[in-house]
Design a binder for this molecule. Structure first.
Ligand code: ZN
Length: 89
């Protein structure tokens, strides 16, 4: 976990700090392919070099994924399950 965010539990704050440290980003970072896989006690860096589901592989993708993984390492993954569909239309 990064020293700047140590003690903070909110993953969103880690993502914001990561952006401040690495802006401008040179590749797309998304939830499913990138930062969700870095969360939780069983996360490993294996996904960082796996680009089989990436449509456009930018040069800095693996390096950025590794940096993001290192930044988020140790963060918990909390999931909220919703059992009802909102009918607001
Ligand atoms: Zn952080």
């Amino acid at each position: 976990m990064c020293p700047v965010c140590r003690g903070r539990r909110q993953t969103a704050k880690h993502l914001l700090q990561f952006y401040k440290e690495h802006a401008p980003l040179t590749c797309e970072i998304d939830a499913y392919g990138d930062f969700l896989q870095a969360l939780g006690p069983e996360a490993t860096a294996e996904y960082c070099g796996d680009v089989k589901n990436v449509i456009s592989v930018e040069a800095g993708l693996t390096k950025t994924r590794l940096a993001l993984y290192e930044h988020l390492k140790g963060c918990k993954l909390n999931v909220v399950l919703c059992d009802q569909v909102c009918e607001t239309w």
